[in-house]
Design a protein around this ligand. Sequence first.
Ligand code: ZN
Length: 512
Amino acid sequence: MMKKAIKKVSNLLGQPQEHIRHHITQPDDSDISFYRNSIHKFDGSLIAMARDHVSRFLIVFSERQGGVITRFTGEQIGDVGIHARLCPLDATNAAVLRELFFWTTPVSLKKQKTTIGCGDRLGLASAGHIAAIKHFDGVKPVLAQQSMRELKLTNRTYRQVVDDAVFQVFQVGYEGGYGADGDHLKTIPDIDLALESGMPMITLDLSDVMRADAAKWGAGEIEKEFATFPEAERSRLLANYAGKEFSIAKSPAVKFSKAAVMRCAVMYHKAMDFAAEVNSFLKQRRGEDYDLEISIDETTVPTLPEDHVFIINELHHRKVKPSSIAPRFIGEFQKGIDYIGDNEKFSSQFAIHCAIAATYGGYKISVHSGSDKFAVFPAIGSLTKGHVHLKTAGTSWLESLRMLAEEEHILFKVIYKRALIGFNEATKLYHVKTNLSMAPDIDKLYEDDYPKLLNRDDVRQILHITYGTILNDHSIRPMFFSAMHKHEEYYHELVMAHFEKHLSALKLTRRA
Ligand code: ZN
């Protein structure tokens, strides 16, 4: 039996794209519905995304035999005489979409003023991110963004992460351009995986090659370690920095003592060499078309102004021009909850980091674990004047759980209990302030109160870091994804509202 909706589209094939989009929104008793903005005509074919009560898929129609329809893998549908194919959302079909519609391919966002990392662990949230971002001027989303840790815990590959973004972008017909970030990568083989999958942005995590512990060493220890550097390098470093003043726009100059030069060298010199190696690898693979973020945030010591000045100067010395740098800020940026620390101290040090970035090439300051930091968003927004990269990840996952807490009480309760069991294991990978004794007993709560759990810091952190345990539980996984499919639209609305809150707090300009 031919589905009504498919019949209707095939009857409209000869009409212009807008006409088809307009008519397809009419209520229909068919159990297939098309995503209106995904309807695209291409060389005698019509390509669109649709869903039924089980899944999403592509449907490709063709007025004639052959042509672009043959490039999609899928099964022939409909009556004899109609050329239509129902195609799964797989790697082959994502690749065809990327080729036919250039705007579904991730691009470098180096030249964009404000960029928002929208880590989407489920591959289902981008439509909500896009809807929010479209309401603000000069903002571009990094829709695909995962760390190796997240890939492992969600059992995804970089190719799948990018493909999920491709399908979401096509589904809503977003042609504004988006980024893809291989996040917190530490080795060239891992970077290679991200590049192979078409990710133009690499966040290079230097925590394994820098010596953060040297920040706490005594003068003797530093001197001893510095003495092991090659002589020419020692003289260059001392001549370039010791006793020198580095002037910074609208801020006091940064001046290096001999001890500070040696400390910075011990902490960062090897890391800078590695950054240079990674940079030439990126150049070799992508020409100039890449975004390199230098991340030194995964450490316990805040990045001092002199550290930042040293790092950017040493990068330039090695001909590395980062698109963004993620320092470690004062205070705590924990997962899923607001900033912990002294707002004023944060602002005054953040201002210096912004000034250094503005003085040395105008790269972006990147704020990691940047979701839900409402206490410092106004400062971040005004001090950067929107020239910033804000990275978020688990907060969109938490919105999916908020949706379940509202709509699917039994499933939410099962997930909540599973999270409590997996919590201690998860804390080996994620640092949070919460412990299990703080978690409310869900059996004592009314179902209507479940959504309130998502407003508590302790519960947010527990659910934030246990996504691996939850998604890999085979009794939960199928129910989880079928509920996500059922409530797709509402999930996108929640994500959109949550991101609009972020973008407004950053004082970004709302589109008229
Ligand atoms: Zn980070």
